[in-house]
Structures are given as C-alpha cells and as structure tokens.
Design a protein around this ligand. Sequence first.
Ligand SMILES: Cc1cc2nc3c(=O)[nH]c(=O)nc-3n(C[C@H](O)[C@H](O)[C@H](O)COP(=O)(O)OP(=O)(O)OC[C@H]3O[C@@H](n4cnc5c(N)ncnc54)[C@H](O)[C@@H]3O)c2cc1C
Length: 390
Amino acid sequence: MQVDYVIVGAGFAGSVLAERLASGGKVVLLIDRRPHIGGNAFDHYDDAGVLVHKYGPHIFHTNSKDVFDYLSRFTEWRSYEHRVLASVDGRLVPIPINLDTVNTLYGLSLTANSLPQFFESVAVPREVMRTSEDVIISKVGKELYEKLFRGYTRKQWGLDPSELDAQVIARVPVRTNRDDRYFADVYQAMPKHGFTRMFERMLDQPNIHVLLNTDYRDVARLFPRAQLIYTGPIDEYFDYCFGKLPYRSLRFRFETLDEKQHQPVAVINYPNEHPYTRVTEFKQITGQRHPKTTLVYEYPSDEGDPYYPVPRPENAELYRRYKALADATPNVHFVGRLGTYKYYNMDQVTAQALTLYARLTAGRSNGKTLTSVPSASTLSRVAPVANREE
Ligand SMILES: Cc1cc2nc3c(=O)[nH]c(=O)nc-3n(C[C@H](O)[C@H](O)[C@H](O)COP(=O)(O)OP(=O)(O)OC[C@H]3O[C@@H](n4cnc5c(N)ncnc54)[C@H](O)[C@@H]3O)c2cc1C
C-alpha cells in the first residue's frame, strides 16, 4: 500500500490531520494503540446503556468560529452550558466563584456592587507573584483559598499551590454577578450523537486506513517514505533519552444508579475531605434520557495514562530539550497534547492540527484549506489548576 502519511494517535490531533490530508488527496494510515478512535474524547454506551466518556467528562467549548465550523461538518450539536458546584462545609456553591458563592459561604447579602470591596478587604496583597498561592490569596484571600483551592490543587497535582508557578493560575476566575456558567465561550455545545460518532464521520474516507491496537513502533518502519505525524508522548518517541516528562494521571470509578437523576448539576467538585476531586453525571451533559444514570469519580494519581503535563519550570525546560531534538528530526511532525507537552483543550488541539495542516500544504493549493486558522494560543485556554478542571 502506498502511504503518504503515517499518523500516530486517533484523537483530535491525529483525526483532524487525517481528515484534512485525505480530503486533499493524500493516503493516510492512522494508528492507535488503544482499541478505539477518539483518543481521550472517546465515548461509548456502558452496560446499562448510558453514554459515558471513558477518560472523564469532556465538554466542548470554544471562541473560535473556524474550529466550530470545521467540526460542524461532522456533527450536529446539542446546546449545553456547563455548570459546576463545589461541596464545601456541607453546602453546594457555584464554581467559578460568583456572588452566590461568597454570600453562601460567608452568610452575607452582598450585591454585585459591594462584592469587589469585599474581595479587597479579604485579599492578602503580595508584592511578587511567584507561586499560584500568591495569585489566589492576593485576589480572594486566605479563607476562600483554603476552602476552594488549596485542597483541590493538592489532590489534583500532588503539589501545594505554593509549589506551583504563578503562571499556572495566572488569573483566578471570579465573577461579581450571579452568572454560574462554568465557561464564558461563545460556542458551548456537545456533539449531538457523541464524540465517537463525530470521529467516525471524520474518518469515513477511502483514503484513511485506521489500524487500532497497534503501536507506531510496529508499523512505522514499514513505510520509510511516508511522513510521520506523531501525537503520542514526545519523550517516549525519543526513548526518554533526557528522562521522563512528568504527567499527572487519573483513576476513574464509574457507578450506575437506579435513578433518573442524582446530582443537581453535571459536576460536583470535592475540594477538601474526599479522596476524589469531582463526580460527574454524564446524562446531564449528553442530554440522554434513560431510567438509570451513570456517574464517574476521579482520583488523581501519579500512575497511569499521561493526562496532565505537570506545569513546573524544570519540566518546561526538559520539554524544550525534546522539542529541539524534534525540530532536528526530518519528516516527523509533533502535534497534540502529548506531542507538544501542553495542556490543551479539544478546540485548541483542533486549531493546532489545522495550523499544522496549513503549514504542511503551504504553497500547494487544493482549495480545501481553511482560510484562517486561529493559533492555539488565541483560544480559550484554561489550565487545570486549583478548583477549575476539565
Ligand atoms: C480528564 C480529562 C478531561 C478533559 N476535559 C476536557 C474538556 O472538558 N474540554 C476540552 O476541551 N478538553 C478536555 N480535555 C482535553 C482533551 O482530552 C484533549 O484536548 C484532547 O483529547 C487532546 O487530543 P490529542 O489528539 O492531542 O490527544 P489524545 O486524545 O490523548 O490522543 C492521543 C492518542 O495517541 C495514542 N498514542 C500515543 N502513543 C501511541 C503510540 N506509540 N502508538 C499508537 N498510538 C499512540 C493514544 O492511545 C491516544 O489515543 C480533558 C482531558 C482530560 C485528561
């Protein structure tokens, strides 16, 4: 078989590139070592028949019309605005912090006008913003930091906010009104029939050959003339020659209950006393009607699949060494969350893949390239720190 591109990884990065390249006439071999397409966004029906996200809840949101329009070629959407509550002191309060969060936790009746003064009165000024702790307490004070951020961050990262760089949480999302939507993006919607269905439609082309349960090492050498697009971990590609890039992982515990609805909103965060960080009820996100409901509990851990690059300066430095090696490796393109060691949302990875496609085909006009592709950095970037996760 004549193959122009071998693409490693059938998640957003690999699948978008496969679709674009195949639409432009290239023959693509798309491989994944997992038994399914979709990468971390894979969803499926569990034994009870409830649509669940195997690798934790994935909510689509973006400010990019280009990304939304591109993905809309492969799915219809269901409007969905995400809402999250945090369980604190036996009460459920909105996240991100808004007027109701403060009034409930402090037993006050502040208004949108008086809330900024309240924050000023509790904030602890810091001259230098060195750590994430500095950023949070200089904005919302020690008490909200302790109740909502500190424990969550410790669980999520295995690190105290005082050990995490300030840039990790450059901005603490705080609202002075009662807006309780988790995201403020222009486009907030879920694929009407799920992510996997969307990927199936994306990859449904004669020029795309999908090979599952296959590691790239077992096939790459069979296609010496093909270009390689690699969306797996960059350090693994180079046999960890500079050492391992650290990742935080998650263990998921699914539970199906014999009731229609269990939680008041899709996600409840548990910043403090519980071993898990959050519990998600899928039906509230997918809109599925079913007499039963399935929840997932998330337990952060150092062991397991690589999910979150650990945002510390020494890790960024280690990545830079791998990146230099990657730049010096001809005919191999690194892209996606693991290929570039970045916490990127689905829309950002889509944009990154479209940008790479535009670069690969620069100078060649096939009439199918998107005219303007937003750079990943201009999109809504939310680092999964403190009490703001994805
Ligand atoms: C718990 C969690 C929740 C998230 N929630 C959200 C959310 O709500 N909204 C949002 O926008 N984003 C969310 N994200 C981010 C989202 O998952 C990513 O943006 C997106 O899935 C990244 O796509 P990708 O293609 O870069 O990587 P992946 O989806 O990780 O795909 C990479 C693929 O490469 C394969 N692979 C790796 N190495 C090899 C190899 N050697 N051989 C063969 N195959 C290989 C892997 O098996 C994998 O399938 C979340 C992430 C996590 C972990």
